[in-house]
Write a protein that binds this ligand. Structure first.
Ligand SMILES: O=C(O)c1cc(=O)[nH]c(=O)n1[C@@H]1O[C@H](COP(=O)(O)O)[C@@H](O)[C@H]1O
Length: 233
C-alpha cells in the first residue's frame, strides 16, 4: 500500500473552513484536494495557503475542452506547484496527448490523471445518455486510452480497480473517490466502497470528502480511516 494513500476533498464554500480543516489535519495523514467550488471562490491563493501548511495539493478541476485550452490549463496548474491535476478522459486522445505534452517541459510536473466515469454515475445514468456499455466497461475503455496517451493514472471507482490493475499494470495510479466509512450516507455517490475494501481492490489513492469533512471530529474520522487500513496503530 502507498505510504500516504488518503486524499481529503476540501469541499467548502470559502477559505476559512478549508484552512481551519487543514490546521486540524496533518500532511503525514493526508493530502488535500481542491475542487471546483473552493477554487472558483478562492483561487490560487488558497492552494498556496494549503501548500504553506505542508500539504500536497490535488487540483481537481477536471479539465474537458479542446486540446489547446486543456494544454494551457494543465500548464497553469503545474505553475501552481500542485502534486496532481486531472482532465476528463472523455475529452479524447488528442486532448489528453496535448495535456501530457504540455507538462513535458515543466520542471515540477504534477501527476496527470484522467477521469473515467464519475463515481456518481450508475449504469442506468449512462444508458439514459446513450451509452450502451456498463460503467465498468466504459471505465476499462477510457483507462486504456488514458494510458496510451501517456497519463499517470485514472480516477475511477474502487469497484473497477481489480480489472484496471490487471489491464494497466502496477505503475498506473488508481485514484478512487466514492469512499465511505461504514454507516455513512452515500449521498449523490453511486459506485461506493469502504476504505479497506478500496485498498484491497488495488486502489492507490482514496479520495474522501464528507466521511471526514462532515464528521463531528474530522481528525478522528481520518484516524479511523487509517486504523481501518492498518496504517495507524
Ligand atoms: O475527480 C474527483 O476527485 C472525483 C471524481 C469522481 O468520479 N467522483 C468524485 O466524487 N470525485 C470527487 O471526489 C470527492 C468525493 O467527495 P465525497 O463524496 O464527499 O467523499 C468530491 O470532491 C468529488 O468532486
Amino acid at each position: 500500500m502507498n505510504e500516504n494513500p488518503v486524499i481529503v476533498a476540501v469541499d467548502f464554500p470559502s477559505a476559512e473552513p478549508a484552512l481551519a480543516l487543514a490546521e486540524r489535519l496533518s500532511p503525514e495523514l493526508c493530502r488535500l484536494k481542491v475542487g471546483k467550488e473552493l477554487f472558483t471562490r478562492c483561487g490560487p491563493a488558497l492552494v498556496a495557503g494549503l501548500q504553506d501548511r505542508g500539504f500536497d495539493v490535488f487540483l481537481d478541476l477536471k479539465f474537458h475542452d479542446i486540446p489547446n485550452t486543456v494544454a494551457g490549463a494543465v500548464r497553469a496548474a503545474a505553475d501552481l506547484g500542485v502534486w496532481m491535476v486531472n482532465v476528463h478522459a472523455a475529452g479524447g486522445r488528442r486532448m489528453m496527448v496535448a495535456a501530457a505534452e504540455a507538462l513535458q517541459s515543466s520542471s515540477h510536473a504534477p501527476l496527470l490523471i484522467g477521469v473515467t466515469v464519475l463515481t456518481s454515475m450508475s449504469d442506468e445514468d449512462l444508458r439514459e445518455m446513450g451509452y450502451t456499455e456498463s460503467a465498468g466497461q466504459r471505465v476499462l475503455r477510457l483507462a486504456a486510452l488514458t494510458r496510451e496517451c501517456g497519463l499517470d493514472g485514472v480516477v475511477c471507482s474502487a469497484m473497477e480497480a481489480p480489472e484496471l490493475r490487471a489491464q494497466c499494470g502496477p505503475d498506473f495510479s488508481l485514484v478512487t473517490p466514492g469512499i465511505r466509512l461504514a454507516g455513512d450516507d452515500a449521498g449523490d455517490q453511486r459506485r461506493v466502497l469502504t476504505p479497506a475494501d478500496a485498498i484491497a481492490n488495488g486502489a492507490d489513492y482514496l479520495v474522501i470528502g464528507r466521511s471526514v469533512t462532515g464528521a463531528a471530529d474530522p481528525l478522528e474520522a481520518l484516524q479511523r480511516v487509517h486504523r481501518e487500513l492498518g496504517s495507524l496503530a
